[in-house]
Write a protein that binds this ligand. Structure first.
Ligand code: SF4
Ligand code: FES
Length: 326
């Protein structure tokens, strides 16, 4: 076990736990934001630098501070480590820089983007970004690629977090897409523009933190804050069948996985549940979904999170040995 203090709050965690996981165990007020890490996907994290923190004391044995800010999703805790997240000025500056960097090539098209209202980059820029832009350069643009009947790819909005690639690798049984090219030319693409038609391919929509991968069956139907999310389930042979139905009036406009307080799906769902079951009588309705009161989706809803879901050491698994160094 290792004792770690984050923003003045101490917790004891299993060896191999990352700083980010320890911070999440303490609570959302000390947890750094993430754009690429996803607890349900192995080897995710390490790409976006959103989760940078300052290690002001390395460990009990070697109390020297770490010379640079570190990615909390990829750095494991040491006994006696002291970490600053919200209490560090350096972290605040660095995070502002990361937001600016992520927005260098991300179009400011929130008014027409289906992800608006549930976009992690939108939230991140509100919380940590600057109101001004310093770049005069044109943002990169890509030709449209059709990747199948269900998923819409808007490469211009992609921040190259690799979550969808890892989802396709680990959740579906045959990945046909990935990141091709390097640097400014890097892009998500299906090799030979092949459609992603796997039974679990729709999960790339849920893991994408921005509007780069959206649901073709929901596009332009409604702003998300005009819909009402409801928990529902059905007996499904392929997945748990536990979903959220997003209603407008009597109509189910879309079906998604259930997301936790970190914006991650609790369980991946299959394409049959997601795209083919859009009638209320396909489902057993459980009741209104609790929505964080900070979310724009909570507008006009009665059910809000009263208390963050409690996280215990058992609900967050430490990295497998050596994984933190990948
Ligand atoms: S398409 Fe979305 S999930 Fe995939 S790498 Fe880009 S931002 Fe990440
Ligand atoms: S969340 Fe840690 S680097 Fe992206």
């Amino acid at each position: 076990m290792a004792k770690v203090t984050i923003d003045g709050r101490t917790i004891e965690v299993a060896d191999g736990t990352t700083i980010l996981q320890a911070a999440r165990m303490i609570g959302p007020d000390v947890a750094p934001p993430t754009m690429c890490y996803y607890s349900k996907l192995k080897t995710s994290g390490g790409y976006c630098r959103t989760c940078l923190v300052e290690v002001s004391k390395g460990s009990e044995k070697d109390p020297r501070p770490m010379p640079k800010l570190v990615a909390s999703c990829r750095t494991t805790v040491m006994d006696g480590m002291e970490v600053k997240n919200n209490t560090s000025e350096k972290v605040g500056d660095a995070r502002k820089g990361v937001v600016e960097f992520l927005l260098l090539n991300h179009p400011l098209d929130c008014p027409v983007c289906d992800q608006a209202g549930e976009c992690h980059l939108q939230d991140l820029s509100y919380e940590h970004g600057s109101a001004k832009t310093r770049t005069d350069f044109e943002r990169r643009t890509f030709d449209k690629i059709d990747i199948g009947p269900y998923v819409q790819l808007h490469m211009n909005r992609c921040i190259l977090c690799y979550r969808c690639v890892k989802t396709a690798d680990q959740v579906t049984d045959g990945r046909v897409h990935g990141v091709i090219n390097r640097g400014d030319h890097a892009e998500i693409s299906t090799y030979i523009e092949k459609a992603i038609d796997n039974d679990f391919s729709g999960n790339v929509i849920d893991v994408c933190p921005v509007g780069a991968l959206t649901d073709k069956t929901f596009r332009f139907k409604s702003r998300v804050w005009f819909t009402k999310p409801v928990n529902a389930h059905r007996n499904c042979e392929k997945c748990s069948g536990k979903v959220v139905l997003w209603y407008k009036g009597e109509d189910v406009l879309r079906v998604t996985g259930r997301k936790d307080q970190w914006g991650e799906v609790e369980e991946f769902i299959c394409n049959t549940c997601r795209f083919e079951k859009k009638q209320t009588n396909d489902w057993t309705i459980e009741g209104p979904r609790q929505v964080s009161r900070h979310s724009v989706i909570s507008a006009n809803h009665y059910e809000v999170f009263k208390k963050p879901r409690e996280l215990t050491i058992n609900t967050i698994k430490p990295l497998e040995s050596g994984e933190g160094n990948k």
